[in-house]
Design a protein around this ligand. Structure first.
Ligand SMILES: NC(=O)c1ccc[n+]([C@@H]2O[C@H](COP(=O)([O-])OP(=O)(O)OC[C@H]3O[C@@H](n4cnc5c(N)ncnc54)[C@H](O)[C@@H]3O)[C@@H](O)[C@H]2O)c1
Length: 247
């Protein structure tokens, strides 16, 4: 049996890797042998986690497109890109402002353009790459109280498919993951606002009737990042307790 870890020798760039789902992804990729760079606006938590798992931490606001390029140029090249950083702001559409649209689109969608633009040339030159974008079931199903967030995540899914099409013959796969409700600081903030009824409705929206864990999302990322996932590209994998199965 090959005792080599699945991602030994691979270098991974994980945005928003300091907390929640991103932290679980950074930890899991590290356990699988990858050399991980955690890029997060919360440099304090990123540095603590990096120390714990033997990774590197970089302070980065993914909405700052120029700085994204600088950080990738200084810390790359990368074999694996995980676009995980994201924000949500609950508001019914007529109450949202143009400032909220800009924030949601820049952090959730433009950041994905920027990191992909920065990492792809080296992946193309190497003939290998794994791009994994953390979208959301909201991007496939829509979201009551989250129209702009859902639009940004839908954009992530369409962008992922396009990158898959352009790069399939270059050894690069691009896939999206659509989490359902996952127990993280982001979800806890939403539940603080919406209360127990919101929490129950989130659980009920899944076939399994529960929240998912960050580790369950990280397991799917690790699989898509490994060599054995070489014939999978352009897909959106729901990690959502079956929430999207009728979509
Ligand atoms: N938690 C859920 O239920 C859920 C469901 C579907 C999709 N998602 C998606 O999963 C991803 C991770 O979500 P989470 O629940 O772990 O969120 P979280 O808020 O718990 O963690 C997000 C991380 O991203 C970082 N971040 C935020 N803005 C940033 C910026 N501008 N630049 C760099 N880093 C930034 C934060 O500091 C934090 O470390 C997001 O893209 C989110 O949209 C989450």
């Amino acid at each position: 049996m090959d005792a080599r870890r699945a991602l030994e020798g691979r270098r991974a760039f994980v945005t928003g890797g300091a907390n929640g789902i991103g932290a679980a992804i950074a930890r899991r990729l590290s356990i699988e042998g990858a050399e991980v760079v955690i890029a997060d606006i919360d440099i304090g938590s990123a540095a603590l986690l990096a120390q714990d798992i033997g990774a590197r931490a970089v302070g980065l606001d993914v909405a700052d497109l120029g700085r994204v390029r600088e950080v990738v140029d200084a810390s790359g090249p990368f074999d694996i890109l995980v676009n995980n950083a994201g924000v949500d702001q609950h508001a019914f559409f007529t109450s949202t402002t143009i400032e909220q649209w800009r924030t949601l689109l820049s952090v959730n969608l433009e950041s994905v353009f920027a990191t992909t633009h920065a990492v792809l040339p080296a992946m193309q030159a190497a003939g290998f790459g794994r791009i994994i974008n953390i979208a959301s079931e909201a991007g496939r199903l829509g979201s009551r109280g989250g129209a702009v967030y859902a639009a940004a995540k839908g954009g992530v899914i369409a962008f992922t498919k396009s990158i898959a099409r352009e790069n399939a013959r270059k050894g690069i796969t691009a896939n999206a993951i659509a989490p359902g409700p996952i127990e993280t600081p982001l979800l806890r903030k939403a539940v603080e606002r919406g209360g127990a009824a919101l929490l129950e409705s989130m659980k009920a929206a899944t076939l399994l009737g529960r929240l998912g864990s960050p580790a369950e999302v990280a397991a799917a990322v690790a699989f898509l990042a490994c060599d054995e996932a070489s014939f999978i590209t352009g897909e959106t994998l729901g990690v959502s307790g079956g929430m999207g199965c009728s979509g």
